[in-house]
Design a protein around this ligand. Structure first.
Ligand code: GDP
Length: 475
């Protein structure tokens, strides 16, 4: 809310007349009861060496989620992300699903790429995110947004489990998102689905037929074989998750894609998490705000309202938000604008520095009860080292703190590793490797601690010291 000249003067302990004079020198004519907007108040306060903070009304009160009664919760469709190794058929699968289930129904309908699409099935609907791979998934998570309910892991039957297959599994596991496996390319003469199942079983994805609880589909994205079965398995998995949301309240959603359109201005695809988003709603979205002017679904149809899980492209935002930003509907434009201002101010001040976990602050965080395990990502030059490190590090677990290796592999530290570390508050250990400048920049931005070693006992010493709070900063 606003503050009057008199109130501000009192808050700073200066005479109202003095403040009015100062305002005048800044070109603002005022009286004692005049309300000042935030920018003016900050500006004049800074002249007196004061800082005006917009009070915490924002996140705490206005944006507080409205709790739901159990009876208000209605089933909602699952949101699915397709992951897997490069060239195993992620894009082909997304295309196959889209074509068999969208175009044939909506004859003549023109599909629009808005970042997500939904398919209608007899037994329910499924929403697919259009950007395959774990990078986008984990980037969103690093920003505090989780939209995916189910991961479909595509593994080529002629190639088997590869590096990015393992990565995808670890990213999904860390996020606590269940995996449905799609063994792809079964049309190929050298396809070996049994081998894929064996390899995946070793990674904890045991098929039901072998006593596990992972659902498997055998498909050919190219020949469009087994697609319907895969969709049914997705619905089955979704049923077990009992996904629900309250459609009857002001909407909250997550931006999954946004851009500046030449003709239409900023547009964003929002996935509604709860409530119903309607034309005319005022909202805050990341640093921006607006009023829903128009909405389009993935078939290019104009829609007036959308409920939970559904993706929709919106117009009417004051700027281009980022993927992972939340959209929250508020009462009126004034509040929307104030919150957006407040956030922009906060960002300028860059006070939102989130301290990640580092080996130095680990002990502090254990003491504060903030963490109970040290999550590590291990990257080493050779597989032998990966295994040795995994074993030695796991043994360092104590009663107070468990060492949890969430990902370990050979090769350089990638952006995807940084994002996983950021999303999961993990520390990265580089053994006999060095990072690229680009990756170091990202690590700095995401506040991820990377440690480099080439002698194993030094690493073990440091981890032990860090658990006990004895590690000094690294220079
Ligand atoms: P992505 O990198 O995981 O998105 O993989 P793509 O969907 O781009 O597929 C990589 C290659 O595999 C392309 O040449 C596809 O035509 C081919 N491909 C995808 N699915 C199948 C399939 O079911 N059978 C065969 N034989 N080839 C496929």
């Amino acid at each position: 809310e606003t503050i009057t000249v008199g109130e501000l003067a009192r808050a700073m302990g200066v005479k109202a007349g003095e403040l009015i004079k100062k305002l005048m020198s800044l070109g603002v004519m005022s009286t004692i009861n005049q309300p000042l907007d935030y920018d003016t108040a900050s500006l004049v306060a800074s002249e007196f060496d004061y800082e005006v903070k917009q009070v915490g009304f924002v996140e705490e009160d206005v944006l507080k989620p409205i709790p739901d009664k159990p009876e208000d919760l209605k089933p909602r469709p699952p949101v699915v992300t397709v992951m897997g190794h490069v060239d195993h058929g992620k894009t082909s699968l997304l295309d196959a699903i889209r074509h068999t289930n969208v175009i044939s129904i909506e004859t003549g309908g023109i599909t629009q790429h808005i970042g997500a699409y939904y398919v209608n099935l007899d037994k329910g609907n499924v929403v697919f995110l259009d950007t395959p791979g774990h990078e986008a998934f984990t980037a969103m998570r690093a920003r505090g947004a989780q939209v995916t309910d189910i991961v479909v892991l595509v593994v080529a039957a002629d190639d088997g489990v590869m590096e990015q297959t393992r990565e995808a599994i670890n990213h999904a596991k860390e996020a606590g998102v269940p995996i449905v496996v799609a063994i792809n390319k079964i049309d190929k003469p050298n396809a070996n689905p049994e081998k894929v199942k064996r390899e995946l079983s070793k990674l904890g994805l045991t098929p039901e037929e072998w006593g596990g609880d992972t659902l498997y589909a055998e498909i050919s994205a190219k020949k469009r074989i087994g697609i319907d079965n895969l969709l049914e398995l997705i619905l089955l998995q979704a049923e077990m998750l009992e996904l629900k949301a309250n459609p009857n309240k002001p909407a909250r959603g997550i931006v999954i894609e946004a851009r500046l359109d030449k003709g239409r201005g900023p547009v964003a695809t929002v996935l509604v998490k709860e409530g119903t988003l309607k034309i005319g709603d005022f909202f805050v979205c990341g640093l921006h705000y607006g009023k829903i002017r128009a909405m389009f679904n993935d078939r290019g149809e104009s829609v007036r309202k959308v409920g939970p899980s559904l993706p929709v492209e919106i117009q009417g935002i004051s700027g281009v938000p980022e993927a992972g930003d939340s959209l929250v509907v508020v009462k009126d434009e004034k509040i929307a604008k104030e919150i957006s201002h407040y956030r922009q101010q906060k960002q300028r001040e860059a006070t939102l520095v989130r301290a990640g976990v580092s080996l130095e602050n680990l002990y502090e965080k254990i003491e504060e009860g903030e963490i109970k395990e040290l999550k590590l990502i291990i990257k080493a030059d050779v597989q032998g080292s990966v295994e040795a490190l995994k074993e030695a590090l796991t043994k360092l677990s104590t009663q107070e703190i468990k060492i949890n290796i969430i990902h370990a592999s050979t090769g350089v530290i990638t952006e995807s590793d940084i994002l996983l570390a950021s999303a999961s508050h993990a520390v990265i250990i580089g053994f006999n490797i060095r990072p690229s400048a680009k990756v170091m920049d990202l690590a700095e931005k995401e506040k991820v601690d990377i440690r480099y070693y080439d002698v194993i006992y030094q690493l073990l010493d440091d981890i032990q010291a860090s658990i006990k709070g004895l590690l000094g900063p690294e220079y």
